[in-house]
Design a protein around this ligand. Sequence first.
Ligand code: ZN
Length: 336
Amino acid sequence: MQARDLLHPRPEGLYCPPGDFFIDPVRPVDRALITHGHSDHARAGHRHVLATQQTLDIMALRYGEDFAHSSQAAPYGETIDVNGVRVSFHPAGHVLGSAQIAVEHGGIRIVASGDYKRAPDPTCADFELVPCDVFITEATFGLPVFRHPRPRDEIGRLLKSVSQFPERAHLVGAYALGKAQRVIRLIRDCGYDQPIYIHGALARLCDYYDTQGIDLGPLEPATVEGSAKRDFSGAIVVGPPSAFADRWARRFPDPVTAFASGWMRIRQRVKQRGVELPLILSDHSDWDELTRTITETGAREVWVTHGREEALVRWCELQGVAARPLHLVGYEDEAE
Ligand SMILES: [Zn+2]
């Protein structure tokens, strides 16, 4: 058996013929294995879904309890037989519940890592290295120019600005699943214990993180109708980036707009978005994390998906590792 007989791209997503399942399909299928809850990977409408309990919970929160006909929880590290193919889920360090999926059959092990990062994140389980024959990696930040700074330093710049401009509100744009909770937790880890105000779109996910033992400290709604503008002076307000163009954002006094994203490395994007305080904070691996992980898996072959495939493929070839882009479509990375 060749690796491509075990997994290969189809228009619906990555398909396993012997197991008759898809990984993170972008169209409704009979059997889907889902790496994590971001909307480009986890879609509603599949007949059967296999994912970690946290990913299933997050899908239910976002799409409703009937997001699939049936579902099964995959505990980290446990091997599950799917039509004779052995599959197991392992922490990816990306967001709460995120997993790499190992697929094993006919003496070949392929790891589909989904989105992943190696930097420590107090809001999810640490990435676990899974040795494999073929490693499927994302390449969102797959260029040597991408080297993420330390998260604590970025949050330190935010808190410095808060103390420098006590009369202004600080509006922090952060995607609703994962990034927002990580930003809030990092702010707490830097010693800030005052209430943090959140946009309504974040409330259910923040509550869910709390039930999973991730303490986000005191959170208050930033959507109180009729509240005087001065109420938010000196406050930190976290909301999804989409809300910043809304009327919602205009209630805050002379706001400092911040945005937490790996893309804040790029000046042009900072300018385009009119961001005053860019915070370079990513839930994806930077170039060093990508290349280090490829080496550590011991994979003899690497398949590169969504992102900047060419540079990473070229890097693998220079290391003597066979590599090819998978050209999967439909993963636009909501979370960066
Ligand atoms: Zn993601």
